[in-house]
Design a protein around this ligand. Structure first.
Ligand SMILES: [Zn+2]
Length: 416
């Protein structure tokens, strides 16, 4: 009795596999991987990358994982280079090869640049406007295909009723396709930080003409800056590829009625990639630290320069005020002005007697001679003409402040 029950349970358990057995042999032996877009059809555009390139990079990594970890499964690509392939030919390849699975890999994009996450589609009528729009965008590639109306049974991707066109469509592989899609979403969530937008149905033409179990997966938003960055890293691409691989591995187990343990993500991602990612993070941290240190040093230095400047100006002010503080009127001869404060040993000053400088309107003015009357100072001025100071003139100071000749006369009258 007990034995019978176990047998019964076992047969129930194997029920889903028989569906696959009707259409394929119970061995899962071939997969067609379809990197979306290519060539002059770039797909969605990010800030720094194109969808077609990410799709291809992830697809090739998925192929590599299958070759390394599922040696009995043959991988066929719809493209391995940056070339355009008509959607109809991608479907035809899967059908001709009698593949056990067809996986089309794409990146999402949305006008709202904060949209994020992964989603996987199976062929069917879209239940929401958003899903119709998503399919429309991917389907637009057929507009440049020759005979597209014929190839897609008169379908017009620009028609507002394009979704209704598929009302009579019967998805012979819906159950299997949904099962794989569901596994893919689960593994994305387990292996990456990407949000799970779920499994959906929409009329994707590349799935429409594919008569084997087929899914179209959107591995993240290229229009979202953070996700675009992630999708462009080796580690990110391997994490996505490994997630799809694990889903295929589970799916294959199910079809073949096996229970082989799924390789873990750390077994799948090459050690080199993990090491390089760790080094990249370390390098970025180090660069940030060095930059902060440089900024700090530059800031300190600037502060120091400003403090020195302030000290120097204060000192200069002091020296002007304290130097030769006198109550008398002093006559000197101004010889030139300069933006810079020259030292008294400067070659331009060394042949002059009693050099004295003062600051006026941001300029340093240089005088020579020290007389207590105008006539002596004026004689000295005339003598300086031979030395090349043709434009020299007499300047008069009282308490180190420049005054006019009239004021000097007044002061002298009062003193006498
Ligand atoms: Zn796409």
């Amino acid at each position: 009795m007990k034995k019978l029950l176990i047998l019964l349970l076992l047969s129930i358990n194997t029920l889903p596999y028989t569906i696959a057995q009707q259409t394929n042999s119970s061995r899962f032996s071939k997969i067609v991987i379809d990197p979306g877009h290519g060539g002059d059809k770039p797909g969605a555009k990010g800030k720094r990358s194109l969808e077609k390139d990410i799709n291809l990079a992830v697809s090739l990594k998925l192929g590599e994982l299958i070759n390394n970890h599922l040696p009995g499964v043959k991988v066929v690509f719809t493209r391995t280079k940056d070339v355009d392939v008509d959607l109809i030919n991608r479907s035809r390849l899967a059908n001709r090869e009698k593949a056990d699975l067809f996986i089309s890999i794409h990146c999402n994009a949305a006008p709202n640049r904060t949209a994020y996450g992964t989603e996987t589609f199976v062929m069917g009528l879209a239940k929401s406007q958003a899903n119709i729009e998503a399919a429309k965008k991917e389907n637009a590639d057929i507009l440049t295909e020759a005979n597209y109306a014929e190839n897609y049974d008169g379908f017009d991707p620009n028609s507002p009723e394009s979704n209704i066109f598929f009302a009579l469509y019967q998805n012979a592989y819906l159950e299997q396709s949904l099962s794989l899609a569901d596994k893919m979403q689960k593994h994305y969530t387990a292996n990456t930080k990407l949000y799970d937008r779920g499994v959906k149905q929409a009329p994707y033409l590349v799935l429409y003409k594919t008569s084997v179990p087929a899914v179209l997966t959107e591995i993240g938003f290229i229009s979202n800056e953070r996700e675009e960055k992630y999708l462009n890293t080796e580690k990110g691409q391997y994490e996505i590829a490994a997630s799809i691989f694990q889903a295929i591995f589970n799916y294959k187990n199910r079809i073949e009625g096996k229970r082989i343990a799924t390789p873990s993500i750390s077994e799948l991602i090459p050690q080199k990639v993990i090491r390089e990612e760790q080094e990249r993070i370390k390098r970025e941290e180090e660069e940030r630290r060095i930059k902060e240190e440089q900024d700090r040093i530059a800031f300190e230095k600037q502060k120091e320069i400003e403090a020195q400047q302030q000290g120097k100006e204060a000192k200069e002010k002091d020296s002007i005020e304290t130097e030769e503080e006198t109550n008398g009127v002093v006559y000197r001869v101004q010889v030139f002005v300069d933006k810079a404060k020259l030292s008294k040993e400067d070659s331009r000053l060394k042949d002059l007697e009693d050099v004295w400088m003062y600051k006026d309107d941001k300029m340093w003015k240089y005088t020579t001679g020290n007389y207590n009357n105008f006539n002596q100072a004026n004689e000295y001025r005339i003598s300086l003409k031979d030395k090349g100071y043709k434009d020299a003139f007499v300047v008069i100071f009282h308490k180190n402040k420049r005054i006019s000749l009239e004021r000097a006369k007044e002061l002298e009258k009062n003193n006498n």
